[in-house]
Structure formats: C-alpha cells, structure tokens
Design a protein around this ligand. Structure first.
Ligand SMILES: [Zn+2]
Length: 317
C-alpha cells in the first residue's frame, strides 16, 4: 500500500477543475451540499450518488490503482465499472469487525485486534470529498463492506468533517490520500511478495494498523492469488532482471542501468509498495536478501503458472 497525499484545498481545486471541464452551472460542492441537506432531512430517501461524478479525480490521483490493494484498475471513464468510489467511513451503517466468518480463504488470526462496536454510519460524511477514494470491487464490496475498525471506544457518527476523526477514533485502516494520516509505506511493508508490518514490534500501534489492514483486505490471502500474489511476484521478477543488468553493466553503463531500476520505483505502477520496498532494501546494501526474495517470487510464480506445453522453440540460425 502506498500514499497519494493531498491537502483539502488541493482536492477542492481539482474537483472545481473537473466541474469546469464538465461545464457544470453549479459546482459539485454546492450540489453535494444540497443533496446532503435532503439526505439529513429524510435518511430513508434515495439521494443522487454525486460521488460517482468525481470518481475520475480520485482515479487520476491514485494513478488508476486501487487505494487499498494497489491493483491497476485504470482511470478511464470507459472502464469505470471496474472502480468503486469508496466511502472510507461507511455512510449508512458500520458493522462490528471482524465478521463471524473470514471473508478470505484463510481464517483470521486469533490475536487480530477487534472493533466490537457498530452503529448507524457516517451519514454526514456521505458527500464529504475527504471521505472518498477509489478502490477495486474486491476490496470495496467483498472485504470492506460496512466495516470500519477503530482503536478508540466509539465511532463519531455525528461528525461533519473527517479531519479530527483521525486522532479521535484512531482508525486501523489508513486513508492513502489523507496527508495527515501515516504514510502507508511506513506501516504496511513487504517481505518479498507478501505484505508484512514494517514495524515488527507487536506492541506498537503501527504494527496493529498493519496487521489489521493486511488481514482486513486479504492482502496475502490465497483467494487473491491472481489479483495480488502473482502480480507482485511478477513485478519482483522483472525488478530482479533489472538489478542483474545493473550488476553486469560495465562502469560506463551503470548509470543507465540504475535508471532502469529507478523507473520501477514509480508510484504509478501497480504494486509499487512491494517493489519500492525491495529497491530500498537493495540500496541499503541488502542485495542477497532482495535476490532471495526475487528467487522465491519466481519459484512461486512458476509453481502456479508453469511452462506452456505448446511454447515455440527458439528461432533457428
Ligand atoms: Zn483493491
């Protein structure tokens, strides 16, 4: 998981820009404020899902990736059915977490921190721009649903602004666009292609946030093998090739070869959190550790995909 921090003012400016591009007579902010008034007057009434209108703003900010699992889902309107605009704090109900049965294939560990209270949901944040991000349907509909685990005693369902809730509620999940929240890369790290807490001490808040986030979204769950595990393994194998090219390059070619490694450090590529962690480790002098992880990724990848029996031979002389 990686962050795309943005200030509230910058976010509002981007939404205004989007409005202007759409030639709206009334701004999104004005229309969403009216919609919120209607919703509060009668919560049982259907309200327009105005958040969908500004989905491209978030999709672009997140480089077309799911804010939670880093799958590439694209930022094009044409494929917008792949992405959900996600209410970080659920608008209509919050259920206690964890659920009775694990959502993924693996059962949740017995020592997972619990968030036992639920309630009515954050109705007043239904149209708050800081309560949104784009996520894939698996993360949103299957794993996140109406859950929002927190460390503090109770949810602040009456809140009209999510900003103070970070310190008041102490959420376990990290909002990747919130400039005041932790940088996700300092919380959720990677051991090879598997997500692990960066902070290894189980007593720390950082460890608990990572532990919950990894299990909450099934970031290592076998049910997400194709979406996440194989995709991360593939990216590590590609990085391994770039690192070997760097190591084999003559002195005159080292800079260019390292540039090829650095391109893999981009936040814009899927599963950047995993690859960036490996590059940082390599730069810190842990070359053998990185290469062992690359090898493990390759073994895992080949064990799941294998060599096609109809693969053509190499070209003749
Ligand atoms: Zn996702």
């Amino acid at each position: 998981m990686v962050g795309y921090p943005i200030s509230h003012d910058e976010l509002i400016a981007l939404i205004d820009e989007h409005d202007q591009a759409q030639r709206r007579r009334k701004s999104w902010k004005e229309r969403s404020s009216e919609a919120l008034d209607k919703l509060l007057a009668d919560p049982s009434k259907d309200v327009p899902s105005l958040w969908s209108e500004i989905k491209p703003v978030y999709a672009h900010l997140q480089a077309g990736k799911c804010g939670f699992c880093e799958r590439l889902i694209g930022e094009d309107d044409v494929i917008s059915n792949e992405q959900d605009i996600e209410h970080f704090r659920p608008k209509k109900a919050v259920n206690p977490w964890p659920p009775e049965a694990s959502v993924g294939t693996d059962p949740l560990p017995a020592d997972i921190p619990k968030s036992k209270k639920g309630g009515a949901g954050y109705l007043r944040l239904a149209f708050h721009e800081s309560n949104y991000l784009v996520s894939c349907k698996t993360c949103n509909a299957r794993f996140k649903a109406n859950y929002f685990p927190i460390r503090s005693e109770g949810h602040q369902f009456e809140a009209e602004d999510p900003a103070p809730l970070l310190s008041q509620e102490k959420p376990y999940l990290i909002h990747p666009l919130d400039e005041n929240d932790d940088d996700p890369e300092t919380i959720v790290g990677f051991d090879g292609f598997l997500a692990v807490p960066v902070n290894q001490s189980t007593r720390t808040v950082a460890w608990k946030r990572a532990y919950v986030t990894i299990h909450f979204f099934g970031l290592n769950d076998p049910s997400r093998q194709d979406q996440l595990l194989l995709a991360r393994a593939r990216r590590l194998m590609f990085l391994g090739d770039r690192l070997r090219e760097y190591e084999a390059a003559p002195e005159a070619g080292k800079a260019a070869a390292w540039s090829a490694v650095q391109r893999e450090y981009s936040l814009k590529i899927d599963h950047a959190g995993c690859v960036r962690a490996a590059i940082r480790l390599y730069s810190a002098g842990k070359r053998d550790e990185v290469m062992r992880a690359v090898e493990a990724a390759k073994i895992f990848y080949l064990s799941k995909t294998g060599m096609p029996t109809d693969a053509p031979p190499p070209p003749g002389p």
